[in-house]
Write a protein that binds this ligand. Structure first.
Ligand SMILES: NC(=O)c1ccc[n+]([C@@H]2O[C@H](COP(=O)([O-])OP(=O)(O)OC[C@H]3O[C@@H](n4cnc5c(N)ncnc54)[C@H](O)[C@@H]3O)[C@@H](O)[C@H]2O)c1
Length: 284
């Protein structure tokens, strides 16, 4: 991908949300190692300052090239301020990674606040970022990328955290529509990608664990896979982990789609009447 080498190169500008930790921080480090100017955006100010130092240590010209801007992605005006600060200081943006996310847990009839916060951060954060940065990224005419972080939970929608699933299903639908919009816009050189991490050991997924479970990947492994997938031009960046390989993911996704085609109950993978059939299907 000739364009990719141009995008991820010296002097080009990357903006990463949720960059103070986990996958976002690993991506910011990867981008700065390519010589890019990197803007880290996060709402956790103390972690953000620490992350800025980590990223700056990888840059030859950190004062001019690395910025940390405290931003709450759920707040449209805050994201608009971020866009103004970035374009005022660094000019055109070449990589936008809408990655900030939370997973506080939710239940169907549980607290309204859980639904509100998860939808505002995980879904609206991505929509705000794309809608506020996207038009100028198209207009400047240079090749560029928008990477939105989704989740397998937005595709197979397992029981247990419906607000997170709904938000991430929205991220998938939004990013698919975005990719279509970009590829049908005359002269547009911006591409979109959906990052679908596996189980990654980060504060979001740690659930009290202090050591990485064997099944999890590190953020750096995930970003390495993301870079390889971008090289291949993949839209769906479907990451495996140490427990779940691609073949298993493919079967889980096909089974979920099959609920409609086969007229099974929804989430039949977790329905006692279908459990044996699903287990047999996995072995095929
Ligand atoms: N870790 C996993 O197993 C996993 C799996 C699938 C998807 N994801 C997704 O990956 C993305 C990154 O998560 P992570 O695992 O690196 O977790 P993480 O907790 O390490 O990083 C998330 C970052 O987002 C920031 N953030 C939270 N709310 C914000 C807001 N309102 N505005 C700005 N920043 C905010 C946090 O402060 C944190 O620095 C998330 O979108 C998450 O849903 C993670």
């Amino acid at each position: 991908m000739a364009d990719l080498q141009t995008i991820l190169s010296d002097g080009k500008v990357a903006v990463v949300t949720g960059a103070a930790s986990g996958i976002g921080l690993a991506a910011a480090i990867r981008f700065v190692k390519r010589g890019m100017t990197v803007v880290l955006a996060d709402n956790d100010r103390s972690k953000l300052e620490n992350a800025r130092e980590i990223v700056a240590a990888q840059s030859k010209n950190a004062d001019a090239r690395i910025a940390a801007i405290a931003t709450d992605v759920s707040d449209r005006e805050a994201v608009a301020d971020l866009e103004r600060s970035v374009s005022g200081r660094f000019g055109d943006v070449h990589v936008l990674m809408n990655n900030a996310g939370i997973q506080p847990g939710s239940s169907l009839f549980g607290p309204e606040a859980d639904w509100d916060s998860v939808l505002k951060v995980n879904l609206m954060g991505i929509i705000h970022g794309t809608r506020l940065f996207g038009p100028k990224m198209i207009a400047h005419g240079e090749p560029a990328l928008i990477i939105n972080t989704g989740s397998k939970q937005g595709i197979t929608t397992p029981p247990g955290d419906p607000a997170y699933n709904v938000a991430k299903a929205g991220v998938k639908a939004f990013t698919e529509a975005l990719q279509h919009e970009l590829r049908t816009t005359a002269g547009c050189r911006v591409n979109a990608h959906l990052l679908i991490p596996g189980f990654v050991f980060t504060p979001l997924a740690a659930r009290g664990r202090t050591e990485k479970p064997d099944g999890a990947w590190t953020p750096d492994q995930t970003v390495e896979f993301m870079m390889e997938s971008l090289e291949r031009g993949d839209f769906y960046i479907l990451c495996p982990d140490n427990d779940v390989d691609r073949a298993t993911d493919e079967k889980r996704i096909a089974w979920a789609a099959g609920d409609i085609i086969e007229n099974r109950p929804p989430l039949s993978r977790w329905h006692p009447d279908c459990a044996d059939a699903f287990a047999a299907y996995l072995k095929t």
